[in-house]
Design a protein around this ligand. Structure first.
Ligand code: AMP
Length: 199
């Protein structure tokens, strides 16, 4: 199964992706995680991405497209994958289409978790507070003013993926403000529908 999980910061993509990974034996491919690893390792990609991530700005399309393209070639992606945090722009979505075509692959579904902006801000603040209380590192881009920018980017830029995928009959919206279990059930229902489309 090949799935795109769309949603603003704090929508619960990571939580749901983790569950889907276990359930379907597929991998989670988070461009944010891969970029943070590149920053930590000090690779050329990491050096280019570091300041942009810190500001909550988008990293250039060609960088993220390249890391996704390389990653889905790896053997553990053969069973399928969940793209989390990618694509974020229509140009990334077009590049994803092209690279999947080249590899003779296709997306099964694009699931968007919808959560009100105010709820997102408080969720991200709570997550940062919980990490800090547990003595774990807090993401510097979880600072409120940076989260605001990331949410605005989602609403202004990434939201354009909605019509892009609706036109292809791939987009499904899920109420991300429901409980974790309810969100999981809604996603499972959408995936089941995507895999056996009504005739
Ligand atoms: P995330 O963990 O998905 O919230 O991503 C953290 C940060 O990594 C984002 O705020 C961007 O700076 C960068 N990033 C992650 N994925 C992408 C992407 N698909 N396109 C551009 N920048 C990205």
């Amino acid at each position: 199964m090949r799935l795109v999980l769309l949603g603003p910061p704090g929508a619960g993509k990571g939580t749901q992706a983790e569950r889907l990974v276990k359930k379907h034996g597929i991998i989670q491919l988070s461009t944010g995680d891969m970029l943070r690893a590149a920053v930590a390792a000090g690779t050329p990609v990491g050096l280019e991405a570091k300041d942009l991530i810190a500001k909550g700005a988008l990293v250039p399309d060609e960088i993220v497209v390249r890391i996704v393209s390389d990653r889905i070639e790896e053997p553990d992606a053969r069973n399928g994958f969940i793209l989390d945090g990618f694509p974020r722009t229509v140009s990334q979505a077009q590049a994803l289409d092209d690279l999947l075509d080249d590899k003779d692959m296709k997306l099964d579904a694009v699931v968007e978790l919808k959560v009100d902006d105010g709820v997102l801000m408080s969720r991200v603040e709570r997550r940062a507070g919980e990490l800090a209380a547990a003595g774990k590192p807090v993401r510097s881009d979880d600072a409120p003013e940076v989260v605001r920018r990331r949410i605005d980017d989602y609403n202004n830029v990434t939201s354009q993926l909605r019509p892009f995928y609706q036109e292809k009959g791939l987009h499904a919206a899920v109420d991300g403000m429901a409980s974790i279990e309810d969100v999981a059930a809604q996603i499972d229902a959408e995936l089941a529908a995507a895999r056996s489309p009504a005739t």
